[in-house]
Design a protein around this ligand. Structure first.
Ligand SMILES: [Zn+2]
Length: 260
């Protein structure tokens, strides 16, 4: 880290001012930072004791991308079988993601049993979780713009604050929507950056990597690739079964049972 900071100082010069820009959920905070020679964005991630667990520095590009309120592409639900929307909707009560500009319309999707539990046995291993290892398929045609595959799965209950998204795939649609899938299973990625994808094609498997306490799929749409600068786009599925009834052009909310 010392070497990194020295390198940063050499390239960007002395830090002059830092202004708080935004907080991505409880995960990290972004500061727009004026150095002698550059304007950069610095993200800090904090651990549970509010100590700095990680930080990253990247170019600060005020966004010029359009911010559509909803998706134009017709999307199918990316998972087979019956799933529960554990977090999803427009209010803070329904969806803790609403605090994050990029992830405000995100879903956390799990499998629950009759008793409402998300695992069998003790729940001490990832394999105990019903969602772990389930297939994720492309909701529509598009191009893969990001495919991160090398992050290990967490021990259930332990969160990785350093690498928030974990294994992540971003699918860009023809309408410039960026479909973001996070926390995939370690080394389960079936696609690579630059690859053209058709609807229904397998992307990878549900896992427990990144800032995730148990196996689940985090899915959201944003208006550009870089999450730090992105704005969330509300996700409507073209056709989805919700609590046993077929719904057209619907955006599910917390506690709804959904399937393809
Ligand atoms: Zn999430």
């Amino acid at each position: 880290t010392k070497a990194f900071l020295d390198g940063l100082k050499q390239q960007a010069g002395q830090l002059k001012t830092m202004a708080f820009q935004k907080k991505a959920g409880s995960v990290y905070s972004t500061y727009v930072s004026q150095f002698d020679k550059a304007l950069l964005a610095v993200d800090f991630a904090l651990d549970n004791d509010n100590r700095v667990a990680g930080f990253s520095v990247h170019n600060y590009n005020p966004s010029t991308a359009a911010k559509p309120a909803r998706n134009r592409s017709k999307l199918s639900f990316p998972l087979k079988g019956s799933w529960t929307i554990t977090w999803g909707g427009d209010t803070k009560e329904q969806n803790y993601h609403v605090e994050s500009e990029a992830q405000k319309n995100a879903f956390d999707i799990l499998i629950t049993d009759q008793a409402g539990k998300t695992y069998r046995n003790s729940g001490k291993s990832n394999e105990d979780f019903y969602a772990f290892g389930k297939e994720i398929s492309a909701p529509c045609d598009g191009e893969i713009v990001l495919a991160v595959n090398g992050v290990k799965d967490n021990i259930p209950g332990e969160l990785n604050s350093f690498d928030v998204g974990g294994n992540t795939v971003i699918l860009k649609t023809a309408n410039n929507e960026y479909l973001v899938f996070c926390h995939l299973k370690h080394a389960s990625m079936l696609v690579k950056e630059g690859q053209k994808i058709t609807k229904g094609q397998l992307l990878g498997l549900v896992g427990n990597s990144g800032h995730s306490s148990e196996a689940h799929l985090h899915f959201h749409i944003q208006n550009q690739e870089q999450m730090n600068n992105a704005t969330g786009i509300k996700c409507y599925f073209d056709k989805i079964v919700v609590d046993g009834k077929v719904k057209q052009d619907y955006s599910p909310v917390q506690n709804e049972k959904v399937s393809l």
